[in-house]
Write a protein that binds this ligand. Structure first.
Ligand SMILES: Nc1ncnc2c1ncn2[C@@H]1O[C@H](COP(=O)(O)OP(=O)(O)OP(=O)(O)O)[C@@H](O)[C@H]1O
Length: 233
């Protein structure tokens, strides 16, 4: 196994506030990890720390065998990180097809492969970004990130606020993505069951610290433990 992302005793936050407290974990190349925890425990801060959007107080982050924390935030996408933020960035006045191709790079994620993953986007190719439903925008935001050929894709609550039928389609697509093996995934989700079903590993956070790091299947089977750590809502 090859480590792709490693947090080494990372403390990080905003200005003087320390939110992440001595966080260490490893994400292997080609693996998928669910990042779980109650509201406000620091999940988005961890994602932001990978992208360089927070202040690193202590520790180091390695990505693909080299230090990541010394790379400027605007260069991290080119280094192989894809980020689908909660805000679902899409270009409103570009068509779906243009959204996908405007900044695309060559690599394993082709338009054809994207259309196989999200048939809905193929049907909506000529529609503008602002003519899409919330679920379609989420699909487009994920697809745009894939067209940049990331080695690691960060998904921040992709199922949030979406209709059950869309949640089902997205869950299936994310599960497919994570099984391809040529992409690593870090998935932040409030929907713990879905997140665990889509991933191989799970990390649970509480108040800025990692309180559990293990297999998703085992945690999914241990209802009592899951409930104690994050509640089941
Ligand atoms: N830009 C910011 N400036 C200062 N504090 C922040 C900022 N963003 C988040 N925080 C604080 O950091 C802590 C962790 O928030 P974070 O958003 O990382 O948690 P989360 O686990 O992702 O929660 P949620 O599921 O609600 O998004 C909270 O106390 C929050 O108030």
């Amino acid at each position: 196994m090859r480590p792709l992302l490693q947090f080494e005793q990372v403390s990080a936050g905003y200005d003087r506030a320390v939110i992440l407290d001595d966080v260490s974990f490893t994400l292997e190349e080609g693996h998928s990890v669910a990042l779980l925890g109650r509201n406000g425990v620091g999940k988005s801060t961890l994602i932001g720390t990978i992208m360089g959007a927070t202040r690193l107080h202590r520790g180091a982050i390695q990505f693909a065998g080299a230090p990541l924390h010394t790379i400027a935030p605007h260069r991290r996408a080119a280094a192989g990180l894809g980020w689908v933020a909660q805000e679902r960035w899409v270009f409103p006045s570009l068509s779906v097809r243009e959204n996908l191709t405007v900044a695309a790079r060559r690599g394993p994620w082709t338009l054809q492969r994207i259309h196989a993953l999200f048939p809905r986007l193929q049907e909506r190719s000529a529609n503008m970004g602002n003519q899409l439903s919330g679920g379609e925008q989420q699909m487009l935001a994920i697809a745009r990130a894939l067209m940049l050929q990331p080695r690691l894709l960060l998904l921040d609550e992709p199922l949030e606020g979406l209709a059950p039928v869309i949640v089902e389609q997205l869950t299936e697509a994310i599960g497919t993505m994570s099984r391809t093996g040529d992409l690593s995934l870090l998935l932040v989700e409030q929907h713990a069951h879905q997140a665990l079903a889509m991933t191989r590993h799970a990390i649970v956070m509480d108040r800025g610290r990692i309180v559990h790091d293990g297999s998703s299947a085992e945690l999914l089977a241990d209802r009592g433990r899951l409930e104690a750590m994050i509640g089941l809502g």
